[in-house]
Design a protein around this ligand. Structure first.
Ligand code: F6R
Length: 361
């Protein structure tokens, strides 16, 4: 049942404020400025012993893992990174007893992720799951984990599960941080930020008509560049993937500073750039990157917290805490991909060549 929407994708994008509300519900502990995660299976002493976090997933879940890694590294100060599960399992990785492994999967059935988990378990590693589907194969195989509670996702491409997965990582990072060195004040700051998310998501969704107009401006592009820096880079990767999957427009995502090391050669009016430009300590650096693009007659659509003069268009999103901004900046770009695909007459819920869960190697 699409509940009055024309596609499942639109329905699922529209459900995100409620979905985020659900992943937060019952988990926040105001007294200790932390969160409780019932199924984690990791006591405080074990949490303090973690020396490294390795996150594994595929596609959109890998991108959610990249943001998850920066949340864990930022809030819990544990070195963390995310890697495609398939790459990990084929390169005979060193499996280290002090590393916490986290498998991320909406469906909980993606074969490359499941196989990585099984290999890790066989070698005695501790593996947690960040999974949407309760009781799925990866959830069962993991030692514990965090359910994402996004509700069923029918559209082949992931939207609300991506957002909820990132919020689940924020909860995990806060939990680990408050066991380690994150202060009460910072814990409180993040909790207040989390509580603002559903309202801010709703606010972004209400600007859909404006985003639809922008999509019409850019739908004739043959190829698009997405750039972001540090926290903005995974947002660029995910937005680029979403556009490719449903509109079939070729798109590339690059860290903003890598442009000058090669991809600037591609910039011309027919290849517009979407720039992720949060109001954080990197704002001036991002403005400089936009200037380089303008100097090559590139068109720019910025996603920012305030109007960007260097850009041809700006989508303004509400500001949250720096750590949580990527969650909000991804949402208008889901709508941009959606309306671009719609303008091009694509079969949005069932893009060609793709399946909802990839249970083969
Ligand atoms: C993209 C998309 C895919 C999945 C990937 C992993 O929109 O949906 O990239 O994210 O196939 O799927 P899960 O998360 O079920 O393991």
């Amino acid at each position: 049942d699409m509940g009055g929407h024309d596609t499942y994708m639109h329905k699922e994008i529209s459900e995100q404020a409620d979905a985020v509300d659900r992943v937060l519900r019952g988990r926040i502990d105001e007294k200790f400025s932390t969160v409780h995660l019932g199924g984690l299976n990791l006591d405080a002493r074990e949490a303090r012993g973690i020396r490294r976090v390795k996150i594994l997933g595929c596609g959109t879940s890998y991108h959610a893992g990249l943001i998850g890694a920066s949340l864990i590294e930022g809030l819990a100060r544990i070195p963390a990174d995310s890697e495609p599960a398939s790459e990990f399992r084929y390169r005979n990785p060193v499996v280290d007893p002090d590393t916490l492994y986290i498998a991320v999967s909406q469906s909980g059935e993606t074969y490359d992720v499941l196989a990585a988990v099984q290999e890790l378990k066989r070698k005695g590693a501790r593996v947690l799951g960040v999974v949407n589907v309760v009781g799925s194969a990866i959830a069962r195989e993991a030692d514990g984990g965090v359910y994402v509670h996004a509700g069923p996702e029918v559209c082949v491409v992931s939207t609300k599960c991506f957002t909820n997965t990132v919020v689940a990582f924020a909860l995990l990072a806060l939990h680990l941080g408050r066991i380690r060195d994150l202060s009460v004040a910072d814990g409180k700051r993040i909790i207040e930020g989390l509580r603002r998310l559903p309202g801010q998501i709703q606010e972004i969704l209400e600007s859909e008509e404006d985003i639809k107009k922008l999509a019409a401006e850019y739908a004739n592009a043959k190829s698009m560049m997405f750039i972001g820096r540090v926290r903005g880079y995974p947002v660029a990767l995910e937005a680029s993937l979403k556009l490719k999957e449903i509109s079939y427009i070729h798109a590339e995502a690059y860290p903003a500073s890598e442009l000058k090391h090669g991809p600037l050669a591609l910039i011309e009016p027919a290849m517009p750039t979407v720039a992720i430009v949060p109001n954080d300590s990197l704002l001036e650096k991002n403005r400089a990157a936009m200037e380089e693009i303008k100097a090559r007659s590139g068109r720019i659509l910025a996603v920012a917290h305030q109007e960007q003069e260097k850009a041809d268009h700006t989508i303004i999103v509400p500001k949250n805490e720096d750590e949580l901004d990527p969650i909000l900046m991804g949402i208008p770009l889901q709508l941009l991909a959606y309306h671009t695909a719609l303008a091009l007459g694509r079969d949005i819920d069932k893009p060609r060549n793709l399946a909802k869960s990839v249970t083969v190697e």
